[in-house]
Design a binder for this molecule. Sequence first.
Ligand SMILES: Nc1ncnc2c1ncn2[C@@H]1O[C@H](COP(=O)(O)OP(=O)(O)O)[C@@H](O)[C@H]1O
Ligand SMILES: [Mg+2]
Length: 403
Amino acid sequence: MGRGIPVRSVSARLSRVALAVAAAVAVSAVAWPVYGPSAFLTSAAILAPLGAVTMWLAHGLASHRDWIGGIRGRLGALAVLAAAQLVVAVGLFAVLMFVSNHDAFFMTVATGYAALIAVAAARLVAQRTLGDLDAVRSAVASVAGGSREVTVPVHGRDELALLAADIEAMAARLAAEEHARRELVASVSHDLRTPITTLQLIAEGLEDGIFEPERVRDRLHAIGTHVRALAALIDDLFELSRLEAGDVHWSMQQVRLDELVQETIEAMRPHADAGGVHVRSELRQPLAHARGNPEQLQRVLFNLIQNAIRHTPADGSIVVRAEPAPGPAVEIEVADSGVGIDPAAGDRLFEPFVQGPSRVAGETGSAGLGLAIARAIVTAHGGRIWLAQSDPGTRIRFSLPAA
Ligand SMILES: Nc1ncnc2c1ncn2[C@@H]1O[C@H](COP(=O)(O)OP(=O)(O)O)[C@@H](O)[C@H]1O
Ligand SMILES: [Mg+2]
């Protein structure tokens, strides 16, 4: 059983055919004032059926792609159709309008030639375009096959050239992402491996009884520290992957930044005191409320202040500032008087596992995820985080939309 033709497609085709007939009548009407009504009727009688048949066939070609497979074949058929209707129109005029044999002959020759040239010209244009299309197709196929260094040899500025540029950009992006993922896996493995190796050594030492009885307690304590650091690292990794996947289900509310800053500073104070670092806040009033999730925003502040404490020598100071910004937005910064960050490190420090030369070697609970998590949270809030210029020390600043 054949497939039925959908009613909508038939009515669309009929309306196109009607348009072609109307155009034939309109064009023939030009003959009326000059040669009278019978010239109009003859002309319309020739053009209208011709237009109708051509349009019917062209519509069929366009909507039944399986009639002639391939764009090449379909364009070729269209060119032949257009040329054929030209020849038929001229031929019919010649016969029905009783043109002399001599004139009819030369009209037919000229029209036949024009039709041939038209088909050849259409073929030429189509060939270039279809060549580009082939290049695009094989580029996509090679990306699908795993290749990441593709150049699509399409020139000019048409839609295919734009598509080719998009494909090249897509392949480059895929390559960068795959590279980043490999690096990430290597970093994760390394950061998990190091404490696990230490734990293994301690466990073996305990098993073999090589530690003095009074050192065993220290070893057990060390085990606890390493295990906590590992658990924190895994939590951070899990959190980061959720944030980066856009899996955020926080309740957003109006957040009073002055309270949030104050609370976080107080929570961090024992830590700062232990390092001999002074922490204070500077809140520029009137400060709009921010729109966000308080726990998450506190986590950002916590990560930034923790970094500041870690990289500021004793007697140094840390200032947490919050101020209104255009937008309306609020901007918050954590500034310290510590060792500072090379501006060339720039945005890279916000990538996961990227650590600067100032990182404290061998420190537990430090894997280069703090700033990455901070950035992911700020971005999920519709804000931005960046390294602001500071000499001496470091200033990390972020913005949040105001509530
Ligand atoms: N306040 C700061 N002063 C100096 N360096 C900093 C500061 N904050 C961050 N950094 C640098 O940025 C790197 C990345 O920070 P982060 O993502 O929090 O990772 P981590 O603290 O685990 O090393 C750190 O290793 C450090 O080199
Ligand atoms: Mg950190």
